[in-house]
Design a protein around this ligand. Sequence first.
Ligand SMILES: Nc1ncnc2c1ncn2[C@@H]1O[C@H](COP(=O)(O)OP(=O)(O)OP(=O)(O)O)[C@@H](O)[C@H]1O
Length: 579
Amino acid sequence: MVDKLTAQGRAELTNTRKQSRGLYWMVAVFSFFVNMLMLTGPLYMLNVYDRVLGSRSLETLIALSVLVAFLYGMMGIMDYVRGRIMARVGARFQAGMDRRVFAAVLKASTINKARNEAATGLRDLESVQRLITSPALMAVFDLPWTPLFFLGIFIFHPLMGLLGIVGGVILIAVAITNQLTTRKPLQKANAATFQSETMGAQIRQESEMVHALGMRDAAFSRWQIARAQSLDATIAAADGAGTFSAMTKTFRLFLQSAMLGLGAYLVLRGELTPGAMIAGSILLGRALAPIELIVGQFATFQKGREGWKNLSTLLGNVPEDDARTTLPQPAARIIADQVTVVPPGEQTASLRMISFAVQPGQAVGVIGTSGSGKTTLARALTGVWRPAGGKIRLDGAALDQYNPDVLGQHIGYLPQRVQLFDGTIKENIARMSMQPDDAAVVAAAKKAAAHEMILNLPDGYDTRVTSNGGRLSGGQIQRVGLARAMYGNPVVLVLDEPNSNLDNEGSNALNNAIRLCKEEGKIVFIMAHRPNAIQECDLLLVIENGARRAFGPKDQVLQEMVKNADQIKQTSGKGAGVS
Ligand SMILES: Nc1ncnc2c1ncn2[C@@H]1O[C@H](COP(=O)(O)OP(=O)(O)OP(=O)(O)O)[C@@H](O)[C@H]1O
């Protein structure tokens, strides 16, 4: 099953790669000419030694030299052009897969598939792109011409050809051994480096907390351990790769000298000309160069291969969202029918068989103790977590019948922990849209009662903030988050602990905003701990341990709860008396 999925992912990658098929053929044609022109050096050498020096003809030398300069020029241009083409092939591959991989990375954690691959997804794509543009891949294009060079050596003398072939076979054996022995250490080094970088980024992100809790030493020590492991693994991998690289280079140089020695012996025996002796040695160098390059660049190959494999797994396991029929603007009507939600990667449901119906213009307070399932419901209502059983319907259509981006426009969400993006307040309220609608931004901020607060900031709506809020206070971040949830006039608002950071004024403003939404016929869900957050609610949903304990008009549910509490008090009082 997994293999089948991976094969599907691989097919997606291959299809994108095939889009540049024409360019690969162009590179192959250029490589043919480059390799033909590689013969320029040996042929020049042959002619200079055997003709020019023999005939002592200056004219021949000049004519040959001019021709050679021209041919080298052509070779240089073609080599340059094929390099540029491959750079574009790599960029095209990356651009073609960027959006798809990014979407898969985002989706992977919500469906709990290929989470490890999702963590490295964008990096893996870069590794494949780097491999495509690397000299190593160019060497692969040169490799098919290696036999041609060997053939040339054979033509000079069969013994020389034999020496070349034996040398080539040994080098290929070295390359394969290299591949077999350094693959694991390289994999380990890549994983360790990724881990230490992730840890460093996490510590940097939480730098304030690290300072405040005096965690600097502990954080540094842990990071240093991860860093040391990454360095050790990298050194071990580099040692292995370096050994093979040095062996290959030394052996290739030795082989060229051996070829010269053999050539000289054959010249002494009168079986070869001095020109052929030199040309044979140079040809051997050309024949072995791609093998040497591939061995030297093995780390790039390995990373690219690993990236390709990880991406295949990621894309296979996180398929593209099916195209959805565009539904009309929904009316604010929500029905939850026997909804059961299991958090991604978990076995146990954190919401079980929850049902309720909410009409336009109603606000629902969702209350319950910590861990009862309020945030789980918020995630299910926004379509982030798909119910494992039952359905949530917005105006009759199950949430998964909407395109996720379109659903986000219909349902505004204020998460419990508001995270902003690096950018201006305007961009954040406009959900980082490339064309923020100024009027809609201001309207959302006004509805969220954040307009005045934003105008009082140094640059108003153009004040820059960072992902952790930057210059904004906790309450201010929450108000910007509320404006962001209201941007674009969604018909449903899901507010998870919206007043956890708000002062009295902020709470009143929030209640006004909820009232306004109700007047506009929207539905508002408020997951809350604090009583004043449910002031504007018409309905109350009480969740206990993932199950619906009560649902109905607020006062009725509260009365019921008070009655139950009294009964419990009385019963426990009686019980205490008896015992
Ligand atoms: N990402 C997650 N992965 C696994 N389990 C989770 C995840 N999120 C929540 N849970 C589990 O689901 C249950 C309900 O959690 P949830 O966050 O919905 O509670 P809550 O009522 O919002 O709590 P609080 O009031 O503290 O925010 C808890 O037992 C929690 O451990």
